[in-house]
Design a protein around this ligand. Sequence first.
Ligand SMILES: *Cc1c(COP(=O)(O)O)cnc(C)c1O
Length: 396
Amino acid sequence: MNPFPRIPGQRSLHSPGPTRLPDEVLHAMGRQPMDLADPRLDPIITACEAGLKRLLHTEQADVLMYAANGHGAWEAAIVNLLGPGRAALVPGTGHFSESWALQTEALGCKVLRTPWVEGRPIDVQAVEQALRDDIRREIVAVFSVHTDTASGVTSDLQALRAALDASGHPALFVVDVVASLGVVPFDMDALRADVVIGASQKGLMLPPGLGFVAINERARASAEANPMPRFYWDWGRRRDALSYRKFCGTPPMNLLFGMQAALQLIFAEGLDSVFARHRQLAGAVHAAVQGWSEGDALSFFCQEPTRRSFSVTAVAVRQDVDPEALRSVARERFQVALSGGLGPLAGRVFRIGHMGDINAAMVLGALGGVEAALRAQGIPIGQGGVQRAVEFLARG
Ligand SMILES: *Cc1c(COP(=O)(O)O)cnc(C)c1O
């Protein structure tokens, strides 16, 4: 017997990555690959690079893409920038900052951390102080996570930039926008970010497997002076016109076909509209969670309303509530796929993704499924969560 019989209708994917793929992306990817000398390939790569630069708001930086997920792009930043005598400062944002820090240490590099306070964004004062305290100038880079997908908290990058400036420390500003790119505005050049890190499967509406970095001249110079051995991730090696060398091997062609299509969708909709749509849909989710939380079993994990992510909402549950059982009911009975808690938040939160190829009706459907699952599990929730989302959207 098939344990997973066909389910009529659509299943709704509300994990904060991977996200739903637009039909245009699916169709663009459903093509045969090319031989490596096919002249059709280079214009596609160029279009992807140009589109990412436009999305990142940079004219100065180079975009380098990898056949890798976000962890691969993290590793690229680590091995190009860090090495003997070169440390990273990692401001605490939760599970993702800590994972990046651990990966850095596993590669033999030194990490300094600022503490993470649950439900709060990056403590910029602690960052400034840590940089001031670094009299020996051991810190080469500040590895900053913009939106921590595990906690649903988005930190203030302008404030972080100001802290770096105020400290007078020359550390490179490295920003992970994996979970926020294509969801909220980002301006690499205005922020004077030296390295930006992204991946395909979140706001970019692509399958996992394509990671990228954008690096400016300062970052490139720092990497060139770094003796840390590296090959696949090496930024210098990827400065090549030949696609086979640029990707250090065969380019992930079908992901590139998809990326070209996804970027076209984003620019055809218009960046302002894309950002406004995400703000609106996040507001609807937040309205529903606000309503549910009046039952005393659920609450926003993010303690500062203005720092709640527009990509993903983490909902904290009371100790007697099992979020994994809730997810299972939501997925199997109501066809809404949610995410659970990561790292220290395992068993303490569930997460609703609301980024990428989605619209109001899809969000309302997902919220309806979650509310039904909450009721089915007998979890006490306030009245009218979904209704608040409807009213929020109706107000426009
Ligand atoms: C998802 C995510 C990553 C890791 O991406 P993978 O593709 O899963 O390796 C890194 N940083 C942030 C902020 C993320 O949300």
